[in-house]
Write a protein that binds this ligand. Sequence first.
Ligand SMILES: [Zn+2]
Length: 307
Amino acid sequence: MLQQKTIKKAIHTVGVGLHSGQRVEITLKPGQPNTGIVFRRTDIKDSSDIHVSAQSVTDTRLASTISNNEVKVQTVEHLMSACAGLEIDNLYVDITGEEIPILDGSSSTFVFLLKRAGIEVQKAAREFIRVTSPIMVSEGEGATLKWAKLDPHHGFKLNFEIQFAHSAVDATGQISGFEIGRDSYERDIARARTFCFTKDVEMMRGIGLALGGGLDNAIVMDDYKVLNSDGLRYSDEFVKHKMLDAMGDLYLLGRPLLASYSAYRSGHALNNKLLRALLEQEDAFEYVTIDEKRDIPSGYGQFMNAF
Ligand SMILES: [Zn+2]
């Protein structure tokens, strides 16, 4: 059977929030089976836990923000993406502020931390949401068209296409794919950094956003070129980062998907709309566990052992 996973011990780091510029401490702790991924604001006395779900996402402007009625945590997508990539099911995320630290703008530090804490296989079956009928959402038309789609697939793969009409972005690969089992999350996705344009940064700072952003945690571009002196980490780092984000956004469902995701110019808002559209169509998915070894999609359960 494919089992749930958590980490072996607590692990801690410190950083600043991309948008708030606020210094925060974050501690990742093991979770019992069937706990899911739970965020806890330790700076607010008696605040209730935030359990991830499609409905917990309450703001998708520039980042994915989750909240319950009382408190919020913003920019959760890179940490969620690392959890998706390493197949972590149960985890407590204790945080001393309202925004997950941006670190180097990718998910590689979260991957490093989770692996350093050690992956623990748990005595409970991993429950997937298997997509059984196609689901698609879209916005705009012509030059403003964006869409995102889920199709049935025994495993998990992504196909993403970007279109920014910017010379530095257009010079890189615009389309990329990733499949668990065929590719390595840690090698092929985790190091892709978030990116921004100087003209947008000035606008965002004017409204109190991107206060913690800079060349050490984002790819920054002016109207023509990348400003970071050491260039890009992947030849197609932009589309790779959009896939990193999408994996995090989709993992906010609270369970891993068995599906093929494809998207054109999608972002946090449309990714969440896709999850909600899926959940609304009850005959388009089912909850499944994978009990027989022969049914395990290739590449899953690398840490599996018998019990
Ligand atoms: Zn991102």
